[in-house]
Design a protein around this ligand. Structure first.
Ligand code: HEC
Length: 129
């Protein structure tokens, strides 16, 4: 095969791979959003400008300090354990596994022992910014 043809073929294959990866990532995120709506949506809104439900709005949660949604009354247990801490993937993973072990006395009643579901939920929250 002529070198420039080979290059074109390779570039096309690469382009297709990139497109496939992007749409996979989008499907993945859409599935993660659905999971989050099902698991957290009763108590949390996710979109900017939405208010609080039983829990605070989670828009931008991974970019902010814990317990800082204005107008939301966090529990004493939550404030004692988490005040001043930054949410990141590791802390969120522990939180979703067992909120009580992170902040004894917190009023968030939820636990997720499936590591893949937690990873998908964290990917979704990371996308909210
Ligand atoms: C039954 C209601 C309920 C469900 C379901 C629930 N949460 Fe919560 N969540 C709360 C409450 C209430 C708080 C505040 C806790 C406190 O003050 O002790 C909270 C707090 C949080 C915070 C801290 C936010 C901040 O402002 O620092 C995060 C992060 C969070 N929840 C993530 C989630 C995710 C992700 C899910 C779904 C996988 C989920 N929660 C499911 C009620 C819930």
């Amino acid at each position: 095969m002529h070198a420039s043809v080979r290059r074109t073929v390779a570039a096309t294959a690469l382009g297709m791979a990139v497109v496939a990866t992007q749409s996979l990532a989008q499907d993945d995120l859409a599935a993660a959003r659905k999971l989050a709506l099902n698991h957290c949506g009763v108590c949390h809104a996710f979109d900017a400008g939405e208010g609080t439900r039983q829990g605070p709005n989670l828009w931008g949660a991974l970019t902010r300090v814990a317990g800082t949604v204005e107008g939301f009354a966090y529990s004493d247990g939550f404030r004692k354990a988490l005040a001043g801490k930054n949410w990141d993937a590791a802390l969120l993973d522990r939180w979703l596994t067992d909120p009580q072990s992170v902040a004894p006395g917190t009023v968030m009643l939820y636990k997720q022992d499936d590591v893949e579901k937690r990873a998908a939920l964290i990917r979704f929250l990371e996308s909210l910014q």
